[in-house]
Write a protein of this length. Sequence first.
Length: 222
Amino acid sequence: MKTAIVGLGNIGAQLAKNLTAGGEKILIADRDISKAERLAAQLGAKATAMSIGEAIKQADVVIFAIYFDVMKDLIAEYHSALAGKIVVDPSNAIAPDGKGRFKKTIPADQSSGRLIAALLSEGAEFVKALGTLSAQSLGTGVNRPPERAVLFYATDYPEARRAVAKLIVTSGFSPVSVGGVNPYILKSSVIFTSSVNSASSFQLKEPRRSSNFRVQLFSRRY
């Protein structure tokens, strides 16, 4: 499968670095094509820079590493081109509240994942993933010894589940499914009571929750 990263800010650029370091060939795209070209030059032969439209056209998996509101606009712009694609959404609909904290930018009873999934064309497979760690943590936590750090993901589609789990492993983390994309996509406090399975022991045929940890989840829509 071909993977495209659309948006090369802090998260997108770090994901591109992690995936290429893990041996994945990727397509990278940004509104500023020169930004994509500069990053591709740094990453080497495993990264190919191109326009957003061409990257979406060629890719099987599209990772929108962009802000929530920008993603809505791009989905509208490339709506038909996303049919049949696996669409990965790392975004969080939050913004600084002016008091040193963050607040939701959508109503409290709404889920950003549900909103994005509803905008996609028929046949697109939505995955909420790659947004549970900051760009800094994606950089410092990659291939962490002795056990890999975890990245959570949620989707209703088996093929998308396997594809994204494989990408998470390639990027240097351990994938853990939290189930389907339901009205309460879970954004978490995570309490590890023992170590998480390493990616080497993770079964990609049917990704599931690791049995070696307990997750305390508070139902908050995001």
